[in-house]
Design a protein around this ligand. Structure first.
Ligand SMILES: Cc1cc2nc3c(=O)[nH]c(=O)nc-3n(C[C@H](O)[C@H](O)[C@H](O)COP(=O)(O)O)c2cc1C
Length: 190
């Protein structure tokens, strides 16, 4: 049944403790409180780390770092010190007790695990996490995110465009906002 037609995914580098791994299966799930969901493969050593430490750091790097980000997924922290092997510089986090962050990311979200969701059949374990600190990094005019296309394929953005809705003379009656402040028909992000 599984079909990867929903790719590309924006690839992140997650660090738990001092162990980095690339993850494509993450998503924002709330603005207030600001929360992400992480899907952690049961075979990963990081699953035990996440359960033990209950914190992680979600990094977004520019495409220039694609190789080091992806290579962090070719070995397990159970056997290899991946940060050292890949030459990733670990620095202290702001709010995390024993998880480090990697220097040079475009932005980093420090996360505290709120709860592990009960998902006994899935091959990935979902974790709901609060964002406890954001490192915004330097503003990049045209970011080049690492996009995972599936299998062994990666890309970044090509041509960009901005599409604005037409300005009308009369204000349209607004549709009511929901509790999250999202008006019907508007994109919820950004
Ligand atoms: C491009 C890419 C995307 C990945 N996405 C995820 C993911 O979303 N969730 C996950 O648990 N593992 C994902 N993995 C697999 C882990 O990164 C990989 O198994 C890693 O070696 C686990 O490291 P660990 O054993 O030190 O925890 C991905 C790997 C690659 C190369």
């Amino acid at each position: 049944m599984y079909f990867s037609g929903f790719y590309p995914m924006h690839l992140a580098l997650l660090v738990v403790g001092d162990n980095p791994l690339p993850i494509a299966w993450w998503t924002p799930i709330s603005k207030e409180p600001f929360r992400f969901l992480l899907a952690m493969d049961r075979r990963n050593w990081s699953l035990g780390l996440l359960r033990e430490k209950r914190e992680a750091a979600l990094h977004f790097f520019e495409f220039g770092e694609v190789e080091r980000v992806v290579r962090a997924g070719w070995a397990s922290g159970a056997r290899v010190n991946k940060a050292e092997k890949l030459g990733l510089e670990l620095v202290a986090a702001e709010r995390l007790a024993s998880t480090k962050i990697v220097a040079g990311a475009r932005c980093v979200f420090e996360l505290a695990v709120v709860r592990e969701l009960d998902e006994p059949e899935g091959d990935h374990v979902p974790f709901v996490c609060d964002v406890v600190h954001v490192h915004r990094g330097e503003r990049v005019e045209n970011p080049e995110p690492i996009l995972f296309l599936g299998f062994h394929d990666f890309a970044t953005l090509g041509p960009r465009t901005r599409l604005s809705p037409p300005v009308r003379g009369r204000r349209r009656k607004r549709r009511p906002r929901d509790a999250a402040g999202v008006a019907g028909g508007e994109a919820p992000t950004g």
